[in-house]
Ligand binder design. Structure first.
Ligand code: C2E
Ligand code: MG
Ligand code: MG
Ligand code: MG
Length: 285
């Protein structure tokens, strides 16, 4: 993994994670047409209740099906979109799409479970977010409880009073706020102290090694679950891939599980099938 751009402006080319500047240029050009051409799509990764294994909702994860490059992962194009400000269009598309989808499920008689969407810190800083969400919920007649917003700790890093105000307004509408990738930002505990969120998503990096001989990550995860419960937050474990990890989390009363053990992010039709079935049965069980 490459180091974050630091004091040195020269960026070495050795990093395989970096997309080439040529591809970057092409992607940026195409991104402008991608929304109109309907090249973006939402995939859904179920979140299951740890205690029962039943579906409690899903996280919507954006996909870009590019005519030449194939699937472009969000980790490649979201940072680009943040640079060229198209992130606002993309964010608003995700909000509209999600509300429309919830309405469709409602009309079709699917069990209504919340969907959580990811919002870039930049979108939180721009005006009109609360208005847009309010408008969409009203237009589609969707209860606010069905929409959750995931923010990373870097959103709060700005410590911008307007971000805190926006989040508070969203919460007042009844929308749940989740802190994504918890534990990977700076001064995590300070944010819990400054801002009241509803859900804590512990980053997959801590889940990876919870069952290893080295008990460090196990201790961290146990403590974070305990902490979340003490302050009345729901806790979601991300990146759960193995039964042993699931068992560990279930035993410690983690609320929700998200990860390949239950399901990868899947296209709409597959998620609808899971919603109908009500249960997401892990592979090999
Ligand atoms: P995230 O919000 O933390 O999403 C979780 C990521 O972990 C997803 O990657 C998901 O596919 C992956 N994941 C889930 N379970 C497992 C597992 O068991 N093992 C492993 N190894 N990975 C797992 P994805 O879909 O590639 O998304 C990456 C990131 O891109 C997201 O991280 C989020 O920060 C961003 N992103 C995705 N969709 C959107 C969007 O609509 N808007 C914005 N602003 N960002 C988005
Ligand atoms: Mg997320
Ligand atoms: Mg995450
Ligand atoms: Mg992440």
């Amino acid at each position: 993994q490459a180091k974050k751009q630091g004091s040195n402006t020269y960026q070495a080319y050795s990093c395989s994670n970096d997309i080439s500047s040529y591809k970057k240029l092409l992607l940026e050009k195409d991104m402008r047409k991608a929304i109109v051409n309907e090249e973006f799509q939402l995939y859904y990764q179920p979140q299951v209740e740890a205690a029962t294994g039943s579906i409690q909702g899903a996280e919507a994860l954006i996909r870009w099906r590019h005519s030449e490059w194939g699937m472009v992962p969000p980790n490649e194009f979201i940072p680009l979109a943040e640079e060229n400000h198209l992130i606002h269009h993309i964010s608003d598309w995700v909000i509209r799409k999600t509300c429309a989808q919830l309405r469709q499920w409602k009309d079709a008689g699917y069990p209504l479970k919340p969907i959580s969407i990811n919002l870039s810190p930049l979108r939180l800083l721009k005006r009109g977010l609360v208005e847009l969400i309010k408008e969409q919920l009203t237009f589609y007649q969707i209860p606010a409880e069905l929409l959750e917003i995931e923010i990373t700790e870097s959103s709060l890093l700005k410590n911008d009073i307007s971000v805190l105000k926006t989040l508070e307004e969203l919460r007042n509408l009844g929308i749940k706020i989740a802190i994504d990738d918890f534990g990977t930002g700076y001064a995590s505990l300070n944010y819990l102290h400054e801002f009241e969120a509803d859900i804590l998503k512990i980053d997959q990096i801590f889940i990876q090694n919870i069952t290893s001989a080295n008990k460090k990550d196990a201790a961290i995860v146990s403590a974070v679950i305990h902490l979340a419960k003490e302050i009345g937050m729901r806790i979601v474990a991300e990146g759960v891939e193995e039964k042993e990890q699931y068992d560990f989390l279930k035993e410690r009363n983690c609320d929700l599980i998200q990860g390949y053990y239950f399901s990868k992010p899947v296209p709409l039709a597959d998620y609808e099938e899971m919603l109908c079935r009500g249960l997401s049965i892990p592979k090999g069980n």
